[in-house]
Design a protein around this ligand. Structure first.
Ligand SMILES: [Zn+2]
Length: 353
């Protein structure tokens, strides 16, 4: 009786299956099974190779670079008469969103960014839109629960309607100011509306306290106060923190993880207030304790190089440095020669072309 050569794993599987079915190993039925198992394994390997090749081809066609940089834009108030350089007018905000849409950007939330869950179409670039300080100019709802005209949320929805595929999502780093609402019921309405409409809510501390030079206990307490402000109003907990004034505590990890009383936090990322695009979450440069953001501002004064207009110009002129999606959120696709920059734990998702 000739026996086909089988590997140890296949033999073990065969014995197990024989034991389960109660028949003796090595009868002719089993030989057939071995042959077909080997054929199946070969076919499966060929299928896997073909699938990977298809992914590589798709990534190459999209010029995917999921190790590239992502602009995280920082907005404050959106008001008709700006009183400081952080404010934008509705017109300026609309113009910037129109630019993003025309240049192939698709908004993702801060939570999606820090967790590497970037599900946008192939060839598109993620942008994270963030709002600090919970101003009513960002969100005000009318009596029916519709965003008031010229609020940031209304403008974002309006631009998304004009540009199919441009997701109307953003992250709100809130404080006790809570969009100008003072009662818990009204505050719950605001956060629930944001959550139900796909927006992301992050912690910006309760009282917008400067954490620089504070003790560990104080830092933990301030962050927990902000965390609880949110979780007391809605059931979903924040995933990210934006540091007030962009100032890091003396030990940077205190912003990321901590405990005060019976409440603890363990964030996916802590955001700063300047001055460069952020690294891909899949590269070694990504540092969850201090993620850079870009101030939304024209190329003037301090902003000649380090604010949104300047950086969007730079990313446009340097497409090889920008994050471009392959259209598959489960893979991390990139040109092969960029491989040394990738974080090892994402290796099983890699599609290098
Ligand atoms: Zn702030």
């Amino acid at each position: 009786m000739s026996r086909p050569k089988i590997g140890r794993a296949a033999a073990a599987a065969l014995v197990t299956s024989a034991a389960l079915t109660g028949c003796m190993p090595w009868d002719s039925d089993d030989e057939d099974k071995v042959v077909s198992a080997a054929a199946k394994a070969k076919a499966a390997a060929a299928q896997k190779a073909a699938a990977l090749k298809a992914k590589r081809d798709r990534a190459a066609k999209a010029k995917a670079n999921e190790l590239g940089q992502i602009p995280v834009l920082m907005y404050h108030r959106v008001i008709e008469k700006p009183s400081n350089t952080d404010d934008r007018t509705p017109k300026q905000f609309r113009t910037e969103l129109e630019r993003l849409a025309k240049e192939g950007y698709v908004p993702i939330t801060a939570a999606e960014y820090v967790t590497g869950n970037i599900g946008i179409p192939e060839g598109r670039h993620p942008v994270v839109i963030t709002f600090d300080d919970a101003s009513p100019s960002q969100l005000t709802l009318d009596g029916t629960g519709a965003p008031a005209p010229d609020t940031a949320v209304a403008i974002l929805q309006e631009v998304a309607k004009r540009h199919p595929g441009f997701r109307p999502v953003a992250t709100f780093f809130v404080t006790r100011d809570m969009f100008g609402k003072s009662t818990p019921e009204e505050q719950t309405q605001m956060l629930t509306w944001l959550h139900d409409n796909g927006f992301d809510i992050g912690n910006h501390t309760y009282a917008h306290v400067n954490l620089l030079g504070r003790s560990k206990k104080e830092v933990n307490a301030e962050i927990v106060r902000g965390h609880r402000l949110i979780t007391k109003l809605i059931s979903s907990a924040p995933v990210t923190l934006a540091l007030p004034y962009g100032n890091q505590p003396s030990t940077k990890t205190w912003g990321l993880k901590g405990r005060s009383g019976d409440v603890s936090y363990n964030y996916g990322g802590v955001f700063l207030a300047g001055y460069t695009p952020a690294p891909s979450p899949f590269v070694k440069d990504f540092d969850a304790v201090g993620i850079p953001r870009i101030r939304a501002m024209d190329k003037k004064g301090d902003c000649a190089k380090f604010c949104s207009t300047a950086w969007l110009d730079w990313l446009k002129q340097n497409p090889g440095e920008r994050f471009t999606s392959d259209g598959d959120a489960k893979t991390v696709a990139y040109p092969k020669f960029k491989a040394p920059f990738m974080v090892k734990r994402f290796t099983d998702r890699a599609v290098a072309y």
